[in-house]
Design a binder for this molecule. Structure first.
Ligand SMILES: Cc1cc2nc3c(=O)[nH]c(=O)nc-3n(C[C@H](O)[C@H](O)[C@H](O)COP(=O)(O)OP(=O)(O)OC[C@H]3O[C@@H](n4cnc5c(N)ncnc54)[C@H](O)[C@@H]3O)c2cc1C
Length: 405
């Protein structure tokens, strides 16, 4: 394939499209439009080693800058795509420049969900999605500072772990009655709650936020129960929303993400969409979903690149994700929602165990905590919907793969 490819968004998924197109000897021009002042970079370290100051910025980049120094590749940074004309196959940016494409790839990712309560715009109230967000937080993260985190999902808890290690006084306020409630079982939540409390985090569950108070910068988080949490800074981590406005205004079908088929093709034959911004089918799971994970961004990028180059490749992947908190590596494979049984393998007190989710005896997901073997083995078992020997499942001495039909 030799046509011009324009990619809107220059994040993880976009970087992989460029790499895959090059691998497949695509000979046409590739133009990347990104609204950040960076080449595509990895976001996971933003709430882990990079935030902790343990990783230099140069190591965040998906590929070194020289990688894009190629006669067929042009990267436009600080450039927002503002309009797409599907009939003319034209993208327009915020300076009025036009980019003609043969195939367009939407890789616009997601944006943080914002809180719109009183005081939410005070200085010292942070969100975390971009390098610039980390830089703003780091300027305030000194030992002894009081950090309040709103939301006990992955990002909130990862930041809590980093901040606690750096000597901040950390409070986490969560509306639900347990942490990471959207994705893990009550037993796994209970384990993480206990770990954070042991490390000194003040964890407040079943607690709503009413407002933030302060003159120009935040000084306290006011709770719905009338209490106040004195705070020098706040991080809000309450999820993301897919960036679909541009696609929607162009006339592409959107529904909780840009709708794509199994080849990452949108409702327009010349437009693909990949990564966090998509609502996609997964034939292994037998349903459509939207995912916020690096694995999904990379695999959809490979799928789109292959199809652009004339191959017939379908996206069919077992979703997986990880989260680092303290010395605990949580690896999740599959999607646990709808499970009818959750079995623990190993003893949480030993800080190495897994929780295997089954539906009618078939494995659908696993949460593995410092248990890489269970994670690796379950990925392929989930992919083929293996029936497990439920009577022996809790016996951690028996490898998971030996319990499958
Ligand atoms: C702090 C943090 C920690 C994470 N940790 C993990 C983890 O441990 N494991 C994991 O699997 N996943 C993790 N994720 C999620 C993972 O980073 C995302 O799933 C991944 O970045 C998605 O890649 P993407 O390319 O689809 O979107 P993004 O990386 O969001 O990139 C999209 C880019 O497009 C830009 N853009 C949007 N609209 C336009 C436009 N109109 N014009 C130009 N540019 C535009 C955006 O600004 C952005 O730069 C984490 C995310 C964050 C924020």
């Amino acid at each position: 394939m030799s046509g011009n490819i324009v990619i809107v968004g220059a994040g993880h998924a976009a970087g992989q499209v460029v790499a895959s197109l090059r691998q497949k000897n695509h000979s046409g021009k590739v133009t990347l439009l990104g609204d950040e002042a960076h080449y595509p970079y990895q976001r996971p370290p933003l709430s882990k080693k990079f935030l902790a100051g343990e990783m230099p910025a140069a190591r965040l980049y998906f590929k070194p800058p020289e990688f894009y120094d190629h006669p067929n590749v042009t990267v436009h940074q600080n450039t927002t795509a503002t309009r797409i004309d599907l009939n003319k196959r034209l993208v327009t940016d915020d300076s009025g420049n036009d980019y003609k494409y043969e195939k367009l790839v939407m890789a616009t990712g997601a944006s943080v969900r914002k809180l719109s309560i009183p005081g939410a715009t005070l200085a010292g109230v942070h969100y975390l999605r971009k390098i610039t967000d980390v830089e703003a937080m780091q300027a305030q993260m000194r030992a002894g500072a009081k950090l309040t985190i709103v939301g006990a999902g992955y990002i909130g808890l990862e930041v809590a772990a980093v901040a606690q290690k750096l000597g901040l006084q950390v409070t986490v306020v969560e509306m639900a009655d347990r942490v990471m409630s959207r994705v893990v079982s009550p037993a796994v939540s209970a384990f993480y709650e206990s770990e954070h409390r042991k490390q000194g985090v003040n964890l407040m569950l079943s607690t709503g936020i009413a407002s933030f108070s302060g003159d120009t910068s935040v000084q306290a988080v006011e709770l719905e129960n009338g209490d106040s949490v004195i705070s020098d800074m706040v991080l809000i981590g309450i999820g993301v929303i897919p960036n679909i406005a541009l696609a929607e205004s162009a006339g592409l079908i959107v529904d909780n993400g840009i709708q794509v088929n199994e080849r990452c093709l949108t409702s327009d034959d010349n437009v693909y969409a990949i990564g966090d911004c998509t609502n996609h089918p997964n034939e292994l799971l037998g349903r459509r979903l939207r995912l916020e994970s690096v694995h999904n961004a990379l695999e959809q990028a490979k799928t789109a690149a292959a199809n652009i180059c004339g191959e017939q490749l379908n996206y069919a992947q077992v979703p997986w994700f990880w989260s680092d908190q303290y010395d605990l590596k949580l690896q999740i494979a599959g999607i646990s929602s709808g499970y009818d049984n959750a079995v623990l393998r190993g003893d949480p007190a030993r800080r190495s165990f897994s929780c295997v989710y089954t539906k009618s005896g078939r494995i659908v997901a696993v949460d593995a905590i410092n248990a890489p073997k269970d994670f690796m083995q379950s990925k392929s078992l989930i992919g083929r919907g293996a029936l497990l020997d439920m009577g022996l499942l809790a016996d951690v001495e028996i490898p998971l793969k030996e319990l499958a039909d």
